[in-house]
Unconditional design. Structure first.
Length: 91
């Protein structure tokens, strides 16, 4: 493993996304080929958010609704547009 290379990639991501207030990556403060020490960044995993709405849809009990049917539109737009923009910027 070359974790010093991974640390460099994190530095590049942090630089490229420095003006995105909703996107954060861990910041490495020490790296060697076999060890990387980095900050912990609090955040939310998108699939965890979607799972909450899937569970809520199941609890409503009609059997036809999915989480994607009840997620607030502004949240769905944020997830899709931010996710797509993030992916395209990392290419």
């Amino acid at each position: 493993a070359h974790l010093n290379v991974e640390a460099h990639h994190l530095e590049v991501l942090n630089h490229n996304f420095r003006n995105w207030r909703h996107v954060r990556f861990p910041q490495p403060f020490f790296a060697s080929p076999s060890l990387i020490l980095e900050t912990y960044e609090e955040g939310s995993i998108v699939t965890d958010i979607l799972d909450v709405y899937d569970q809520e849809a199941r609890e409503q009990g009609d059997g036809f609704q999915k989480g994607s049917d009840i997620i607030p539109l502004d949240l769905a737009r944020f997830i899709v547009t931010t996710g797509l923009s993030l992916y395209l910027k990392m290419l």
